[in-house]
Design a protein around this ligand. Structure first.
Ligand SMILES: [Zn+2]
Length: 448
């Protein structure tokens, strides 16, 4: 703490960094104490130049083979381990435990500095955007040892990365672990091997900074705008209604990140709900003294594999690491973060308007219906969530079925309930021009 950054080699070339140093005298990398903010905001041109250079670098750093959101954890490591083996003196990989089904949990260590930074991803198995970006980031760090920013990160920080913390969930592309436990609600009880491994790593390095990397529901909207949330940020509180030096530092880092990712995500950045969750890792780690930042990747229907957000994670996380190394985060005002629009309640995924519902033994009845998918971007695992006059309801996607019939698959109606389209019924069936469902216009769900 309090180490001088001035006088280190290679610093002068980064013009914006020099400005930051001039303004602050010296920069402390660790999250406390937090000095009063100063007005030395990163000049837009310099920020653009750094973002542009990282954007160019991304093309070379992006790893092939992780093109889809879903992958097997074994394939992930088969891609990543050979990258790290190119620089064994700089990158150490070690096993920190095994998942319930015996899959290895691994940490990657990089850097020889005093400020400890912990990043973990995919504790929810179907939230893989940051895991993919981590491979890109590591490829970049391996290949660019001589780059000024990489050298700075390496000399100032001791970084520990735990990617794909929930490999059993990742293998199935589901949120929970192999016994159905949400690892991010296990920070207190530590009933899961995955949760215990993360806690042990955090304690072993006494992490100054933590980056908790997730994907959030694609349905979430940006404030009252109705627009997609591309990234949501949170500095989780250390207790209900509380703050702390670590939490204050994390707020500034969230502000920094909102700016750093703007070249890719624009203003579609939200603030995540700040309610204290006494079972969640981000919240408890903050209470243990780590400055934790939650980064939630959202989603957009036009980018089903989230390549845009993967790139935003690459840019944001690398920039954040550099900000920790330089102390640059201290020059971001917490207000930037606190004034972000909030994540707002979900709308539905799909709204079918104006269809006549055909149920066996009944007259067709005019009804709109709404569908939510297990995976919004893949439009898979749909269930009926509302039926009737949904005039004032909205959804990510709407389909005008005026004059059409919706014929549910007999399979989903089931014999025991009779001809009843109950809430929760699988959204499987056809929209057709005839009540028999032969002249099909649109199919919902898998062909039965
Ligand atoms: Zn999550």
């Amino acid at each position: 703490m309090g180490r001088q950054l001035a006088g280190r080699g290679g610093l002068a070339a980064a013009g914006w960094l020099v400005l930051a140093l001039v303004a602050s005298g010296c920069a402390s990398s660790q999250p406390q104490p937090v000095p009063a903010p100063e007005a030395a905001e990163l000049p837009a041109a310099a920020a653009d130049a750094r973002a542009a250079s990282l954007a160019t670098a991304y093309a070379a750093a992006r790893s092939d083979g992780l093109d889809r959101r879903q992958f097997q954890p074994e394939d992930y490591w088969a891609l990543l381990l050979p990258v790290l083996e190119q620089a064994p003196d700089r990158f150490q990989v070690s096993e920190i435990g095994r998942s319930i089904e015996g899959r290895p949990l691994r940490r990657i260590d990089f850097g020889r500095g005093d400020t400890t930074v912990l990043l973990w991803s995919q504790m929810h198995g179907n939230e893989s955007t940051a895991s993919r970006a981590i491979v890109d980031i590591l490829r970049y760090l391996v290949a660019n040892a001589d780059d000024e920013m990489v050298a700075r990160i390496e000399s100032e920080l001791a970084i520990t990365i735990v990617p794909v913390l929930n490999p059993d969930g990742a293998a199935r592309f589901v949120r929970h672990n192999a016994v159905g436990i949400d690892i991010n609600r296990d920070a207190k009880r530590l009933a899961t091997p995955e949760g215990r491994a993360l806690k042990a790593v955090r304690d072993s390095i006494d992490a100054d900074w933590g980056f908790n990397l997730h994907d959030q529901n694609v349905r979430t909207r940006l404030g009252s705008s109705g627009r997609d949330v591309r990234i949501a940020l949170l500095a989780p509180p250390p207790g209900s209604g509380k703050t702390s030096p670590a939490n204050q530092a994390a707020r500034r880092m969230c502000s920094f990140l909102a700016d750093a990712m703007a070249p890719i995500v624009g203003d579609q950045v939200a603030r995540y709900d700040e309610s204290f969750n006494p079972r969640a890792f981000g919240d408890l780690m903050t209470s243990w003294g780590t400055a934790v930042v939650l980064i939630e990747s959202g989603g957009e229907l036009d980018d089903p594999d989230k390549e845009r957000l993967r790139r935003a994670n690459f840019l944001g996380i690398l920039s954040a690491l550099d900000a920790v190394a330089t102390g640059r985060w201290q020059h971001s005002s917490p207000e930037r973060y606190l004034n972000l629009p909030l994540n707002s309640p979900w709308v539905y995924d799909l709204l079918v308007r104006g269809a006549s519902i055909v149920l066996p033994g009944r007259e067709p009845v005019l009804a709109d219906f709404a569908v939510n998918f297990d995976d919004t971007l893949a439009a898979s695992g749909g269930a009926i969530v509302e039926v009737g006059d949904l005039e004032v309801t909205s959804a990510l996607e709407e389909f005008d079925a005026t004059g059409l019939y919706f014929v549910p698959s007999p399979r989903v109606l089931g014999p025991e309930l009779g001809p009843y389209l109950r809430i929760g019924t699988d959204a499987v069936g056809v929209l057709a021009r005839d009540p028999e469902g032969t002249d099909i216009v649109k199919r919902l769900g898998p062909e039965s």
